[in-house]
Structures are given as structure tokens and as C-alpha cells.
Write a protein that binds this ligand. Structure first.
Ligand code: SIN
Ligand code: MN
Length: 277
């Protein structure tokens, strides 16, 4: 996918870009099958919803699954990321967010970069996230909601962060429904009045790119359908934190520039693996 000047201007002005129908039915089939495998695992990468019954996220799927490794190096993601960040990129973080039927919980209003700046010392917001829609995303299954243009406001005010009392690891307050750096509610009214709210809804196969500083949130999933997204955060290679301390599945230690794979790699690799059996 080569981004047009209009695409680039849209991303720079609005802080996001939705590209529909980027992945075929066959590719989606493969991604859903691998997502099921990844979701069946339970280890330190797995974050459960507060109810304890449903998986919320799995971190670093590109490190543990060969198909998600290929997807992270896919030209349909890496090409736009390189173009929008103006240079070589690497995967800073990946995650599979499921938002399960009925049980998928909300994400508070937040910006991503403040977590990476405060927790990992990422030098600058030269970072974006590419989300592949594995399921249709509609009004009812908790679409991501963005405040278009809010990325131009820099890091917004957060309430004094408290480490939310629980037995969970410290970093869980960076990824669970109650976030350590949620945007202060006093700021949100003005922002939303100024810029409006937008939910980029689309069929499975869409790709959403969003800026590290855009304000975003999502609500609970009240529908009987999952809203799975696989998200890759691409950071410019010159913007890697020097000495990250959070686990490698939250902050990749491999900061080498990605050389994109071939465009047909997802299905070609799957076919080759099938034949080798
Ligand atoms: C969501 O999955 O709805 C939120 C993802 C994010 O904030 O990165
Ligand atoms: Mn986020």
C-alpha cells in the first residue's frame, strides 16, 4: 500500500488513518486461527479482564507466533509506518486485544505516548500504532473512539497517577481498564467539543493507523460478537528508549530496522508450513 499525499495529510492533520479491506478473507482466516492459539495460552503475557473470566490482551504475539511475526513485518503495515514516521521503524510493542462478547471491558481515555515516555523513557512521540481488524467493528462491540486532531495538543493533563491497589504486577495499571495515565476528565470536555469524537468502524480486514499522542478510548462490548484487534506499535529506530526496564513483551529489545517481507508472505508461509507437515 502506497500512501497518497491525501492519506499523509489526513494522518498528520487528524492523527489517524483508516484503510479498509487491506486483508483478504483467506488471510483473515489464518489470523483468526492463530489468534485462537495465542489466546488459549496463559502466561505472564496474558492480561485478563477484571472479571477474571475473559482474556483482555496478550502482549508480544509477534514474539511467540510465526504468523504474527510475519504480520509485524508485513509491507501493508510497515510501508505506511515508515512513510508516516519518515524513516526506518521497528516493533516497539504488539498486542492482541480481544474485547470478548459480553465480557470485553472498556479502555479509559488516554494517550499512548505518555506511558512510553514515563515508564520507558521513550524520547519523542515519533511512534504510531497500526491496528488490524480481525473482526468487524461496529457500533455495538466497543469500537475504538478517537478525538481527531488531539495529537497536536501534546501530552495532556492526567490525574496524579496512583498505583492501583491489587496483587497484579505493577505494569497491569498500564494496560487494564483503570489506567495509570488516564486523561484528566476536566480536559476531555473541551477537547471533544473542539475536535469531536470519531469511531473508525469497518469490516474485518481494515487497518487503522493512529498517532502515539491521539486521545482515545473504547467502551465495553455489549454485543455477542468479539472485537479482536491485533495492534503493532512502530517506533522510529532513532527513538528507541536507551534502557527500558519493563518486560520485553511490553517493550521490544530488538530495535533493528525492519526489512519488510513479501506482500504474499502470510499465505505463502502458511502453505509452506502445511506442506512441510
Ligand atoms: C482498545 O483495544 O480498544 C484500546 C487499545 C489501545 O488503547 O491501545
Ligand atoms: Mn492506547
Amino acid at each position: 500500500m502506497t500512501l497518497s499525499p491525501q492519506h499523509i495529510a489526513h494522518f498528520q492533520d487528524r492523527g489517524f488513518l483508516l484503510l479498509e479491506d487491506q486483508f483478504s478473507a483467506q488471510e483473515l482466516d489464518l489470523l483468526r486461527r492463530r489468534a485462537d492459539v495465542v489466546l488459549a495460552g496463559r502466561d505472564e503475557r496474558t492480561v485478563m479482564e477484571a472479571s477474571g473470566t475473559a482474556v483482555r490482551s496478550v502482549y508480544g504475539p509477534h514474539e511467540i507466533d510465526p504468523v504474527f511475526a510475519v504480520l509485524g513485518r508485513h509491507p501493508r503495515l510497515v510501508g505506511p509506518a515508515q512513510r508516516l514516521l519518515d524513516g526506518d521503524v521497528y516493533v516497539y510493542q504488539s498486542k492482541l486485544n480481544v474485547k470478548s462478547p459480553f465480557d470485553g471491558e472498556f479502555w479509559e481515555w488516554h494517550q499512548d505516548y505518555v506511558f512510553w515516555r514515563n515508564e520507558d523513557r521513550m524520547p519523542a512521540p515519533r511512534v504510531l500504532t497500526a491496528a488490524v481488524y480481525i473482526d468487524d467493528v461496529d457500533d455495538f462491540n466497543g469500537p475504538l473512539v478517537l478525538i481527531p486532531g488531539s495529537h497536536r495538543e501534546g501530552v495532556l493533563r492526567c490525574p496524579t497517577p496512583t498505583d492501583l491497589a491489587s496483587d497484579a504486577p505493577n505494569w497491569h495499571s498500564h494496560v487494564s481498564a483503570r489506567l495509570k495515565y488516564a486523561i484528566h476528565r476536566d480536559v476531555l470536555g473541551g477537547l471533544a467539543r473542539r475536535y469531536g469524537l470519531h469511531a473508525p468502524k469497518a469490516r474485518a480486514g481494515a487497518l487503522l493507523l493512529f498517532d502515539g499522542n491521539i486521545a482515545h478510548a473504547s467502551s465495553t462490548n455489549i454485543s455477542p460478537f468479539a472485537r479482536s484487534l491485533i495492534l503493532y506499535t512502530y517506533n522510529h529506530v532513532a527513538n528507541a528508549p536507551a534502557r527500558p526496564t519493563r518486560p520485553g513483551f511490553l517493550v521490544s529489545r530488538d530495535t533493528r530496522a525492519i526489512a519488510p517481507v513479501d506482500d504474499d508472505s502470510l499465505l505463502a508461509d502458511a502453505a509452506a508450513a502445511q506442506e512441510a507437515r
